[in-house]
Design a protein around this ligand. Sequence first.
Ligand SMILES: CCCC(=O)SCCNC(=O)CCNC(=O)[C@H](O)C(C)(C)COP(=O)(O)OP(=O)(O)OC[C@H]1O[C@@H](n2cnc3c(N)ncnc32)[C@H](O)[C@@H]1OP(=O)(O)O
Ligand SMILES: [Mg+2]
Length: 270
Amino acid sequence: MAAEREEEPGPGPCLCPGLTGGERGTAGGCRCSALPAPRQGVLEKARRRLRQFDVGDKFSRLPLPRAAVLLPLTVRAGRLHLLLTVRSMQLRRSPGEVCFPGGKREATDKDDIDTALREAKEEVGLQPEKVEVICRLMPGIDKMNNLVTPVVGFVEDTFEVTPNPDEVSEIFVVPLEYFVKPLNYKTFSYKTSSGYLTRIHCFIYDDQEHRKSFKIWGLTAHFAVFLALVIFGERPTFEVDYDLDNLISSSENYFINLYASVHERKKSNL
Ligand SMILES: CCCC(=O)SCCNC(=O)CCNC(=O)[C@H](O)C(C)(C)COP(=O)(O)OP(=O)(O)OC[C@H]1O[C@@H](n2cnc3c(N)ncnc32)[C@H](O)[C@@H]1OP(=O)(O)O
Ligand SMILES: [Mg+2]
């Protein structure tokens, strides 16, 4: 997919504080000084918000199998967009479902960031050095009881994606605002395998570029909604399971309750 670039005024100064060092602020060097000023402003605002929600490796010792996904954000026409994939129909698990590039941890991965970047390279051909890693957000737990960590990264909108057909059948982008102000949205209650009752978000997105609709739901929608809440700090047009005035603590409580249900179920099965 060759992304189109919008017309914008000339380059502004680099506002990016994370690109010159820090623990794991970036996977690549600073190329963003070449980006136009409005784009920088959007990214800088998002970067500041996201860093307040960085969980780092706080949950890295939980005794669950691990997976990680990359939430790739890019700016198009001055607005943040999120890149998503459709899983290949050949996959054993969740064929045809929309998800982020990502997968299970391998022994060679140092941490969840490594997993997310490795998987993004394997699945959509995104080179790690083209990703500015910003933070890790509150994890989720999937159907197989993998602890899934969302890693947020900025990518330039000029990057070419090359889906690996073994794992990915399509790649598309959605404006991030869609996950707080959707045009076509449904919700339903869902009991996880551990018996935890949760709210599932389901978005239908009509993509003009592909002239088709994509259904984004479950864990993928959960991560996309949380990302949009963090970045925009606004009330969505639908109900969420968080106290929006205390998003950090309420998202942590949500995860702890979910984790506790998985843990209890594991103990009772022993
Ligand atoms: C209501 C709660 C539950 C839901 O949310 S379902 C609703 C909507 N669905 C979602 O939101 C999707 C959520 N799931 C996910 O994001 C992912 O499954 C998750 C948790 C990140 C795990 O990542 P996966 O993509 O399943 O794992 P993975 O990438 O490591 O491996 C996928 C399968 O591909 C295989 N694979 C890897 N490299 C390959 C290659 N080069 N050629 C062919 N196959 C290959 C790999 O063996 C794996 O197969 P298998 O799953 O073990 O059978
Ligand atoms: Mg995968």
